[in-house]
Write a protein that binds this ligand. Sequence first.
Ligand SMILES: Nc1ncnc2c1ncn2[C@@H]1O[C@H](COP(=O)(O)OP(=O)(O)OP(=O)(O)O)[C@@H](O)[C@H]1O
Length: 253
Amino acid sequence: MSGPLIEAKDVSVKIGDRRILDHIELAINAKEIVTVVGPNGSGKSTLLRTLIGAIKPDKGQIKRQHGLTIGYVPQKLHIDPTLPMTVRRFLNLPRAHDQSTIDLALQRAGIPGRANDAMTALSGGQFQRALMARALLDTPDLLMLDEAAQGLDQTGVADFYKQIEDIRNQLGCGVLMVSHDLHVVMRAADRVICLNQHICCQGHPEAVTTDPAYHALFGTDTDEVLALFRHDPHQHPHQETESTKETTNETPT
Ligand SMILES: Nc1ncnc2c1ncn2[C@@H]1O[C@H](COP(=O)(O)OP(=O)(O)OP(=O)(O)O)[C@@H](O)[C@H]1O
């Protein structure tokens, strides 16, 4: 496939009478990890749900590559603790997959051999990986994760993002994720999109963290994030890429 996997062209979304997203222009390419950051209620989940087609924009257009397969990891999933559900059964909902497909998805998600465990017996990190395994069953071209590392401790979060990078490297898929873990985002993402109903700025993480629009959203204590980023260049194989150096920005509202 060539060209972006998915594009939003001047997309606006209203829920009821409220405008939630306005003039969204973005494109996600194969093999890139793009992270959406923004304050609570800024429309991050709505953006992902619009891109997968669960919400219809009232203006603009979503263009997906022909035959695009999307794996989606939702923000929250509650499983009734009284319900006896193994990982295998969970992965076979709503449709069954063969053993080798399940084994491969679990391996890629970083929980090999867990098919017979009860979902409720998994740790927080393992549970999130089971959700990820489900999104990987169809070997997606584009993996979308909505705050999939929430509730994990710092090491858990770092491990989880490492897993996402490994998946990107193995499958060559694009990754679009929402995250509040700014430190990790700055390490793991090729591109960051700052959202506050509209896109305030986007670009390579280092460039975004110096953007006034980013500071207006997250405050000046994010200097610490930038310092961390600069002092650990080996984590950032893309930082010299010309095409990722620039940001576009507007004044945040
Ligand atoms: N189904 C809905 N009905 C009414 N309002 C909604 C609905 N879904 C989202 N909203 C509103 O849209 C706005 C954006 O919500 P969204 O969940 O996309 O934000 P978010 O950036 O993902 O927030 P958070 O960081 O808290 O998860 C919020 O004000 C929310 O109340």
